[in-house]
Design a protein around this ligand. Structure first.
Ligand code: PPE
Length: 306
């Protein structure tokens, strides 16, 4: 996916022109992947642009930084204000926000100097993450031969930059084999998640999504969907899933900030019962769009207006 530049990027309190927002090639975060980040979406609403669950994303950024022993040096409130000001300055009416906490230039070696954390926030327009076709007609998933990062190696609940070599290995392999995305398993064979999205399966009206203990990033969209689905009267279980339970699901879908809610049409070439976008997936997609665009006032608390 190509980046569309905007006018400016926030870097530690300064608004820097897009092309000048650079770091030194010897920054340790580039060499060792010691950094944490977020992905956040802003949507158009009748009252102007609004960021979806901004506070929760920035809180998770702080939590990820804690796992990696970094102090961002900017509070959640300060980063909230910086994010909103960035959207004002870039004139975006909708788009994607990318805050990142990384280590500054100065030391080398795998025990990096941790008191030099830097923070940047960029924003740009971003369309559908898995492509228009997958978004509308559903995506084809394959179980990856790459295991999902685990609690004993790279903690999955922190959104660390370096952790994404795991996702990238799986996704690149899946695409090269002709699929849209990879699903990764835990060492015991439970379904964890896709390369950058959580998964839900529906059978006999009950929705199941893997628990946090199955090496997932606890997605904010996952939490949104659990809340919306329960409010709509569905039973939702956070419970381990095996690959064959996905093979026999009535419906399945992925959730993520970039991906939003994407129907799954097959897993390992086994078609999901509801071809295309199933009725429950469709209902949740519509409910989600109503919420993020401010059309459902019950969830106003999730919107931060620019
Ligand atoms: N799991 C992983 C591994 C993941 O990267 C994401 C988001 C999720 C689950 C869903 O989390 P949430 O966005 O809070 O619902 N992936 C982000 C980054 C994608 C990318 O860097 O590319 C995203 O969707 O913004």
């Amino acid at each position: 996916m190509k980046l569309t530049p905007t006018s400016t990027i926030w870097m530690d309190g300064e608004f820097v022109p897009w092309d000048e927002a650079q770091v030194h090639v010897l920054t340790p975060s580039l060499h060792y992947g010691w950094g944490v980040y977020e992905g956040i979406r802003a949507y158009e609403t009748a009252e102007g642009p609004a960021v979806f669950r901004l506070r929760e994303h920035l809180q998770r950024l702080h939590d990820s930084a804690r796992v990696y022993l970094m102090d961002p040096g900017w509070s959640v409130n300060e980063l909230t204000e910086a994010s909103l000001e960035l959207l004002r300055r870039t004139d975006l009416t909708s788009g994607y926000l990318r805050p990142i906490v990384y280590l500054g230039y100065g030391t080398m070696g795998v025990a990096p100097q941790l008191d030099s954390a830097k923070v940047a926030i960029a924003a740009w327009p971003w369309g559908s993450y898995l492509g228009e076709k997958a978004e509308q007609d559903g995506c084809r998933l394959v179980i990856s031969s790459w295991q999902r990062n685990g609690v004993h190696s790279v903690p999955p609940l922190a959104k660390a930059t370096g952790a994404y070599v795991n996702s990238a290995l799986a996704k690149v392999a899946a695409i090269r084999s002709g699929y849209d995305d990879a699903l990764m398993l835990t060492p015991t064979g439970h379904v964890a998640e896709a390369s950058a999205a959580n998964i839900f399966a529906l059978r006999d009206g009950v929705m199941t999504t893997p628990p946090v203990s199955d090496n997932i990033l606890p997605g904010i969209t996952r939490d949104t969907v659990i809340t919306l689905a329960r409010d709509l009267g569905y039973e939702v279980r956070e419970q381990s899933l095996t690959r064959s339970e996905l093979y026999v699901a009535d419906e399945a879908f992925l959730t993520g900030t970039a991906a939003e809610i994407v129907p799954v049409t097959s897993v390992d070439d086994r078609p999901v019962a509801a071809a295309g976008c199933g009725p429950v997936t469709k209902q949740l997609r519509e409910a989600f769009q109503d919420v993020v665009h401010g059309r459902n006032t019950d969830y106003r608390r999730w919107l931060s207006h620019v």
